[in-house]
Every structure is written in C-alpha cells, then in structure tokens.
Design a protein around this ligand. Structure first.
Ligand code: ADP
Ligand code: MG
Length: 364
C-alpha cells in the first residue's frame, strides 16, 4: 500500500535528537529520529525512564536537546522564542497542573489571555471548550475551582486548557495515567471522538500497551537508552514485531488484541435470507434458517434458536465485539447491520477465525 504521507512535509520532525543530562553518562534520549504527520496520533510507548517525557519536553523546548534538530511544520523550533512556541503547542500532563487559586474558566483562558484575546472572545472559547469536553453546563463549571472537580473532570479541564488557542500540535504525557480504569476508558473514548472533530497532530505518551493500541495511529516503542525499537501501526506491531524486545513488550495475547483492532466491514459478509412476514417464512424454510426482520432490522431467527437471541453487530464494530456477540448468543453467525440497524449480511465465526493470523505470523 502506498504511503499517502510520503510527499507531505511532516508536522513534527525529530532529526538525530540526543539529550544527555549534566552529570549523567548515558543519554536519556539517543539519536532519535521520528516524523509525525499532520492529523496523526503517534504514541510513544515504553517503560518508565526510557526517555518519553524528555522527548516531549524537547519538542516544546522545556528542555533543550544536546544535539539534533526539531522541526514543527517545517520550522526549526530552536529559532523560535520558547514562550511563543508553547502557545502553539498544547501540553497535557498527568499531574494536570491546573492553578488551584484560579477558576476553571481562568485556567482554560490562560493562553488566550497571554495571546491578547479580548474578554468576550476568551469567554466564548471557554464556553465552547467546556461543552466540547462534556463539562455541562459550562456556566456552572467555569466558576468552580479545580479542587471542586473529580480527577476525571480536572483532566478534562487540562485537555480543554491545552486546546484553548486551537494549537495544531498537542503533546499529551500520560494524561489519563492517574485515573481509575473505568474513567480512563471513558476519557480515551471521548478523546478519540474529539480527535475526529479537531484533527490535531498529537504525540501521546504512555507506558500502557492497551492504551497505545487503542489510541495510536502509529506507535513508537522505545527500547532502553532512548532508542526506538519499532515505529509502526498497531496491527504491524502485533503481527510483525521487529525483535524479541518488541514481542516481549507487547506480551501474550496479540491475537485477541488484533481482534479489537479489526472491523467487521473489513471481512467478507455472507448473504442472510430475510423475511419481513412470519407467514412467508415457511416458503424459505428448506432446512436453512431465515431471519425475521422488522423494518429491515433483525427480530429473530426462524426456526428459533435455543435462546432466541440474534447475535448482532454494527458495521463499525470490531471482530472482538462480533465474537463476543456470537458467544453471548451461542451462535456461530453474527448479523451485521448498518448505522440504522438494518441488515447488511452475516459474518460467520469461521470467517473471523480464518482472518486471525496464525501464531507464527503473530510472533507469539
Ligand atoms: P520517561 O518519561 O520515559 O519515564 P524520562 O524522560 O522522564 O523518562 O527520563 C529518562 C531518563 O532521564 C531517566 O533515566 C531519568 O532518570 C533521567 N532524567 C530525567 N530528567 C532528568 C534530569 N533533570 N536530570 C538528570 N536525569 C534526568
Ligand atoms: Mg515520563
């Protein structure tokens, strides 16, 4: 497949970047080169201490590289005033970093204020962002102080603040790392939905493989000493890990993880016989089953299955969800529907199983 990005200038480019902290022999980041395309989420994944935060902070120049070059949208960041640079790069960190003595509204409005926006424009932007991040009603949330919010709400405010001046680039350093698993999962989903609307160029740091696979368009797995072991799409990492280090980092269960990354519409569907009227069903019942539909939507199988359920998945759902629906309905066929719930066809368990790469190809 041709890479649609090859002709395009990357939004972020790291070129042979090295950072050696004073008094430390080993570099924290060593000769790192990495391109991030416009509108892409690139995840930096690796164990604690591998240089992820150092890399992020070099991109917005909270840390100066020892050597190498960093470009944003073609411009060398070392030639830009650091304060000016940071107003055009959103930065979200795990500790959130909201100022406790300022209201939520004032926290979100910090960068617009620094950019000299007038009060009305800033207020409108704060309202828009609070609504966008699900902090409704905005008029109530903007007046609160950070400590009057839950951890998940504070993190939403942190994201809103980073988005305030609509920067093209966002750096997110383990932003959901301190949240409990259910809230984290919800924020990840919201974040993906949001990204479909705002198309930011995002560098996202995590040490959590599940989070990386879920959010990343591409993932850079850091090895030791600030070097990249592999930089690839989630599916490539799972099916073709570059070496033992990557394979062991991804760990067991890559086949199940692949199921969660592939969508039902990527597989061939089979025809499903449907009838809208149960009376007509007898004509079709020559040993095969028929799906009784109601306005094009699945109602039940004829003859009825033991537990009467129809395993149903929507087109955009994953193979994991399709298998889950089949297992729940004790059936080996899932009915695939469109957005409105109308029948598109059937997906058999056999088709799903044949689509999962063998263990050999999966690298264990
Ligand atoms: P990560 O975010 O992947 O956990 P960091 O970038 O924070 O890793 O750190 C990378 C390495 O650099 C670690 O070994 C860390 O101890 C070291 N390090 C980070 N900041 C400093 C500093 N200010 N001075 C010296 N060493 C540092
Ligand atoms: Mg870190």
């Amino acid at each position: 497949m041709a890479d649609p990005h090859t002709d395009q200038q990357p939004m972020i480019r790291l070129e042979n970047v090295t950072k050696t902290y004073p008094g430390v022999d080993e570099p924290a980041v060593a000769d790192l080169s990495l391109d991030v395309h416009a509108g892409e989420i690139v995840v930096l994944l690796g164990p604690s201490g591998c240089g992820k935060t150092t890399t992020m902070r070099m991109i917005n120049r909270l840390i100066e590289p020892t050597s190498g070059r960093i470009y944003i949208d073609g411009a060398d960041v070392t030639n830009v005033d650091p304060d000016e640079l940071r107003r055009h790069i959103g930065y979200v960190i795990q500790q959130v970093g909201l100022l406790p003595h300022l209201t939520v509204g004032a926290n979100i409005g910090m960068v617009p204020k620094a950019l000299g926006w007038d009060k009305k424009r800033t207020d409108d932007r704060v309202t828009e962002l609070l609504a966008l991040l699900g902090l409704d009603p905005p008029e109530s949330y903007r007046r609160r102080y950070p400590k009057q919010l839950s951890g998940g709400q504070q993190q939403r405010v942190g994201v809103a603040r980073a988005l305030a001046a609509d920067p093209p680039v966002m750096l997110m350093d383990e932003p959901f790392g301190a949240l409990d698993p259910i809230i984290r999962d919800r924020l990840q989903d919201e974040f993906l939905t949001l990204q479909q609307q705002i198309h930011k160029t995002i560098v996202f740091v995590t040490h959590d493989i599940e989070e990386a696979l879920k959010l990343g368009d591409r993932i850079a797995i850091f090895g030791t000493g600030g070097r990249i072991a592999q930089f690839d799409t989630p599916i490539k990492l799972l099916t073709e890990p570059a070496d033992e280090f990557v394979a062991s980092f991804i760990g067991a269960g890559s086949s199940v993880r692949l199921l969660g990354l592939q969508h039902v519409e990527e597989l061939p569907l089979q025809a499903v016989d449907t009838v809208e009227d149960e009376q007509q069903a007898s004509q079709h019942l020559d040993g095969k089953r028929v799906l009784l539909t109601d306005g094009g939507r699945p109602a039940r199988w004829l003859p009825a299955l033991a537990d009467g359920q129809v395993a149903t998945v929507r087109g955009g759902q994953t193979l994991y969800q399709a298998l889950d629906a089949m297992l729940t309905a004790h059936d080996d066929l899932a009915v695939v529907t469109d957005e409105d719930g109308r029948v598109l066809g059937g997906l058999s368990m056999d088709t799903v199983l044949r689509h999962v790469p063998s263990d050999e190809a999966g690298g264990g």
